[in-house]
Design a protein around this ligand. Structure first.
Ligand SMILES: Nc1ncnc2c1ncn2[C@@H]1O[C@H](COP(=O)(O)OP(=O)(O)OP(=O)(O)O)[C@@H](O)[C@H]1O
Length: 732
């Protein structure tokens, strides 16, 4: 355990040690172990941790200011916002006005007691004033509601674009960083119908208006009671009770900033696993085919009964424990204090019987003011401390726009002359080593090779040997830890990233399909021509996708997966159509104008053809200017290497062979269509592709084990030759 400064914070940057009993408090909450950081120094000064929270707000203020400037720059937002704020301010003053009318009533009583006469006009005036206050209050509430809706929507819209861009610009290593993920999540963390920015505006306005309400009420009350006998005394007693109540309550609030929770309950962990198996549709086939349902149920029942009442999700348990009634000295004292004004009033009434009606009126007034005062006081402190957190959310919202990318952009344009792209790009690796974040082992170790412009290179080797990693480094998805990569003799890190990526086209092994139309799925291969129908069709034709896409009912406009689902509830049993269209309870095809097909209705091969078409969109459908000089293909083949499947199972080898025959024409076509562009393939396939390669790299365990042409490697009689003799002949 690390030694810490006595009394200091347990959190050094980047670490929190739950085992450190001196600085960390441990509590059991159901199945959960909660570890909270103690605040040894500050705890001695009451309220100091809250003070600290408020002081932290100052770091966020510049961001909040920026937010206000941004919001007012949204068209018409500042008009709505001004009216909204005016309505808030007026609404905050109404309780004081109402209290002032109550004071007038008090005066009426005083005059009535003294003169045995009631000023009817004043009475009418007071009654009308109070009624006007309630009506105005309701109208203002309505106005605020009406203004809040468009404000919320506009602000939300504005910030969704801000967040979208902040996220879209991130590169792979930055995006994969868990700290960045948390930062992005915090910025997204919106309540179901609002946004961080709008919540901040609302919360700030609430704190401001509560303060205004408190001050205005207190001022009116002071003015009204100043001349009343016992008025100030009763007021002090009533209000001190409110303050006491607030003080005794605030101690039970959970306000530790650094904490962590975990569970060691294996039954609880198992319960959650079993739940996920049943909840997740992707497991359903296996659950049904494997006859697992009864077994799963009995296991779930056993685990549930063993965990018992403690089985609750962490936040639920924490909430339950936080609201538990605690018997404290303060909570016992609270009730007698509430009675104190009444007791004082009774004693004074016995002493001065003539002033009973007046004191009674004062007491009612004070009671009315003090109950609204205490609820405002609670709200004020509650909200102002949440405000500190809310402001830090605003800071996070703005900070995500400046998260630095790990892959630093270069300054030099590439290539110097785009005409040279036509004859390919020279690639050279010099002693390149690379490790993925948190990986212990090198994915590439001291890799060097040179590929001349226009050459075809095929990288082969066993699973996990580093083939895909070479392609990712060429595309600067990641940067090497050691060594350098040169393109046309220039260090890849000095080149502008946009130019670099424009000059190459890559098909990933784990390619994805976007939840957009087929047209866009292909068109996005070249964002500058993403809406060009002719080019998209041409790419689909080259990729072998045009024919089956045309056969789909909605052709190129088909959505592979409809990203928005329709909602309905409790349709009568047997309902098969709605809105004149068939109802599909899982994916509602055709509801709305967007047509979709489940990606499951396309075969794996067809999906692959779509991915290849996307690659062709960029690499082979160029205009007069050749824009791509390098094609990178990480063969999307089965995740098996030839030796493994041959050695292990004839059956798997057969499936693999069918698969290879299926894609063979596609990749042969790729090779034929490349022209003079440089092409790098990562492949498990030993066949025509390797036979035609200018350079074969045989990878094993992160290093290049063999290097040369097909003939050279056969002659060498190493691993490549062995596998060729074992398998490749079968496909030729
Ligand atoms: N994103 C990642 N994070 C951490 N480790 C990774 C990541 N991607 C790959 N690796 C690891 O790096 C090593 C090399 O992986 P790479 O994908 O380059 O191998 P490959 O030869 O292309 O494998 P395959 O033939 O299975 O596609 C492997 O040990 C793999 O587990």
């Amino acid at each position: 355990m690390a030694k810490r400064k006595r009394g200091g914070r347990s959190t050094a940057p980047g670490r929190f040690d739950p085992e450190d009993v001196r600085n960390v408090k441990h509590t059991r909450i159901g199945v959960w172990d909660l570890y909270e950081e103690k605040h040894p120094e500050l705890a001695r000064i009451p309220g100091s941790s809250r003070l600290e929270t408020v002081l932290q707000m100052s770091h966020s203020i510049p961001y909040v200011w920026q937010m206000i400037k941004d919001i007012t720059s949204i068209p018409r937002c500042w008009i709505f916002l001004s009216f909204y704020m005016i309505a808030e301010i007026v609404a905050a003053l109404i309780p004081a006005i109402s209290l002032w009318y109550s004071g007038q009533l008090l005066q009426l009583v005083e005059i009535a007691v003294e003169k045995r006469d009631v000023d009817k006009q004043l009475l009418l005036h007071v009654a009308a004033g109070r009624i006007a206050c309630t009506i105005a209050s309701r109208l203002l509430q309505y106005a605020r509601g009406r203004l809040a809706l468009p404000l919320n929507m506009r602000i939300k819209q504005y910030y969704s674009t801000h967040i979208y861009h902040s996220m879209a610009r991130l590169d792979v290593p930055t995006y994969e960083d868990p700290a960045v993920q948390r930062q992005l999540e915090a910025a997204w963390s919106t309540s179901w119908n609002s946004s961080v920015a709008w919540e901040t505006i609302q919360m700030t306005s609430t704190v401001f208006t509560i303060a205004l309400r408190l001050i205005s009420q207190l001022s009116v009350l002071f003015a009204v009671l100043r001349d009343q006998r016992d008025g100030p005394l009763l007021a002090v007693l009533s209000f001190s009770q409110s303050v006491f109540q607030w003080y005794s309550m605030k101690r039970s609030v959970f306000n530790t900033s650094v904490w962590a929770a975990t569970t060691k309950n294996t039954d609880y962990v198992r319960m959650q696993g079993l739940k996920q198996v049943i909840n997740d549709a992707s497991h359903r086939k296996e659950v049904v085919a494997g006859n697992m349902s009864e077994y799963m149920t009995s296991q779930f029942r056993d685990s549930t009964s063993r965990v018992g009442d403690d089985a609750g999700d962490f936040h639920e348990m924490r909430r339950l424990y936080a609201v538990r009634d605690r018997l404290t000295f303060a909570s016992i004292l609270k009730e007698p204090l509430r009675e104190l004004p009444q007791i004082v009033f009774t004693l004074r009434a016995v002493q001065y019987p003539a002033s009973i009606p007046l004191s009674l009126a004062s007491l009612t007034l004070i009671n009315q003011a003090s109950s609204s005062f205490s609820s405002s006081l609670f709200q004020f402190f509650g909200e102002s401390f949440s405000l500190a957190e809310q402001y830090s959310s605003v800071r996070k919202l703005y900070e995500i726009a400046h998260i630095p990318n790990r892959i630093l952009d270069g300054k030099e344009p590439f290539p110097e002359n785009s005409r040279t792209l036509d004859s390919g790009i020279l690639i050279e690796f010099r002693n390149v080593s690379f490790k993925y974040t948190d990986a212990e082992k090198y994915a590439l170790h001291n890799v060097s090779f040179k590929l001349n412009p226009g050459q075809l290179c095929v990288i082969v080797g066993v699973n996990g040997s580093g083939k895909s990693t070479i392609l990712k480094l060429i595309a600067r998805i990641y940067d090497p830890l050691e060594g350098e990569i040169l393109l046309d003799g220039r260090d890849i890190r000095t080149l502008k990233l946009v130019d670099l990526r424009r000059a190459m086209s890559m098909l990933f092994q784990d390619y994805t399909h976007f939840p957009l139309s087929i047209k866009e799925n292909i068109g996005l291969g070249d964002p500058t021509h993403a809406l060009d129908d002719d080019k998209i069709r041409e790419a689909a034709r080259l990729g072998g996708a045009e024919e089956f896409v045309n056969r789909l009912p909605d052709g190129f406009d088909t959505y592979l997966d409809r990203p928005v689902h329709d909602y309905y509830s409790s349709l009568p049993e047997g309902t098969t159509s709605l809105f004149g269209r068939p109802v599909d309870y899982s994916h509602v095809r055709g509801a709305g104008r967007m047509q979709s097909t489940s990606s499951a209705t396309l075969s794996g091969g067809q999906m692959q053809r779509l991915a290849v078409s996307r690659t062709f969109m960029r690499s082979l459908i160029s205009g007069s200017e050749p824009s791509v000089g390098l094609l990178l293909f990480d063969e999307p083949s089965a995740s098996l290497d030839p030796t493994a499947e041959h050695g292990e199972s004839v059956c798997i080898a057969f499936v693999y062979m069918l698969f290879l025959i299926h894609i063979q024409d596609l990749f042969e076509r790729l090779r034929a269509l490349r022209g003079n562009k440089t092409m790098v393939f990562s492949s498990h396939r030993f066949g025509n592709l390797t036979r035609h390669a200018d350079l074969i790299l045989y990878m094993n365990d992160s290093v290049i084990e063999e290097e040369g042409t097909h003939d050279e490697l056969l002659k060498k009689g190493g691993h490549y030759a062995k596998i060729w003799n074992l398998q490749a002949k079968a496909f030729l």
